[in-house]
Design a binder for this molecule. Structure first.
Ligand code: SAM
Length: 356
């Protein structure tokens, strides 16, 4: 099998696809002032284009695909796309390397079996998830991550602009019922907004048996309201949790995971994950690449440049040409982000566009 390897010797295994730049929430840390100009409809990748691109990526060693957005459940008939992508879990690439000359510079060959997708996941705000869970599972989704930034109804509405805490809580139950597990809950902690709920969230993880993931606030909000003071560090989050619920590290290293993962020392159910892109960056082990809804490859959340795969695909490029394009882009993946450098330049698009 050919694997995608970047110039810093990292193998790319994880593809995150934004299927729409639209969202029905207005989270203050993401999309506070309404939509930035949305991509024109004709620029958005069709399901057939996404399927073709994913098949090629899987043939190059991508093992995990996460559908995100915007809000992915706003993309009409997303179940149909999931059905198409789920086939990549059982069907290895139709295309085999025919000759040595097809082995392009920048790939490595592993002696493994035919490439297959191993994990198909979705990140959602949970608004319409309870009524979609059965169909998503039936279509072939493996698991789901649900965003939840407050356990208090009024505060939830203030943070997201929508009175939907109950939907999100029902989403967690629906995900478990449909075995879309492990259920991960994403929570962005922002000082003065929800940092007084850190312990409540840890208790919630224990009571509901979910993987609670605390995320440091990143400068990716379309309102450019991020400040270092507003960001609550992983260290502070850990300290607050362990004061009430002692934790033990699940693994000695993060590996290619974004989160430090912890179990409760008393053996209670649930897990804690702490994602610290700002204070404990994990770029050295990054295995991710992103595709925006309008078909741009991004090699880092904080990239200031994008690579137009859509035009390559629409130009009638051959499979070999598309592979060569992807390979050239992957080689340019940044060594690390520069949030902590004096010369940090904000990403060219906000999180709702890029897909978290
Ligand atoms: N609409 C879906 C949702 O709400 O989960 C998927 C898209 S959303 C952009 C994906 C994740 O990005 C969410 O869990 C959200 O909390 C996170 N996110 C958005 N803006 C962020 C920021 N400025 N810093 C940290 N995480 C952020």
């Amino acid at each position: 099998m050919l694997l995608l390897r970047d110039a810093h010797n990292r193998i790319i295994r994880d593809l995150r696809i934004s299927v729409t730049d639209r969202c029905n929430f207005r989270c203050f840390y993401c999309l506070p002032n309404g939509e930035p100009p949305l991509a024109r409809k004709e620029t958005i990748l069709t399901f057939e284009e996404i399927e073709r691109i994913c098949e090629i990526f899987v043939s190059l060693g991508i093992e995990k695909i996460r559908l995100t957005g915007g809000e992915p459940l706003l993309r009409r008939d997303i179940e149909t796309l999931i059905e198409k992508l789920a086939r990549l879990k059982v069907q290895s690439s139709k295309f085999k390397v025919q000759s040595h000359s097809e082995i392009l510079d920048g790939f490595e060959i592993s002696d493994g079996e035919n490439p297959k997708l191993k994990d198909l996941a979705l990140t959602t705000n949970g608004h319409s998830f309870p009524r979609r869970a059965v169909g998503l599972k039936r279509a072939g989704l493996d698991r789901v991550t649900i965003s939840l930034d407050s356990l208090r109804r009024e505060r939830f509405r203030e943070i997201t602009g929508v009175d939907a805490l109950e939907n999100v809580l029902q989403s967690i139950d629906a995900a478990k019922r449909e075995n879309l597990t492990p259920v991960k809950i994403n929570c962005v902690i922002v000082r003065g907004r929800n940092d007084d709920e850190i312990v409540d969230f840890a208790r919630f993880a224990r009571e509901r048996d979910v993987k609670m993931r605390f995320i440091e606030f990143m400068p990716l909000d379309s309102g450019h309201g991020w400040t270092r003071d507003a960001m609550v560090s992983a260290k502070e989050i850990r300290k607050k949790i362990t004061a009430c619920f002692p934790l033990v590290l699940k693994n000695k290293s993060r590996g290619a995971e974004t989160a430090w993962q912890y179990l409760f020392a008393d053996g209670a159910a649930g897990e804690i994950g702490i994602v610290a892109p700002v204070t404990e960056m994990f770029c050295g082990a990054c295995s991710r690449i992103r595709l925006t809804a309008d078909g741009q490859i991004r090699t880092c959340l904080f990239s200031t440049a994008e690579h137009n795969l859509r035009d390559v695909v629409r130009s009638g490029a051959s499979r070999a040409e598309i592979i060569e394009f992807i390979q050239t882009v992957v080689r340019q993946k940044e060594a690390r982000h520069t949030i902590n450098d004096a010369e940090f330049a904000p990403a060219s698009r906000s999180m709702s566009f890029i897909g978290g």
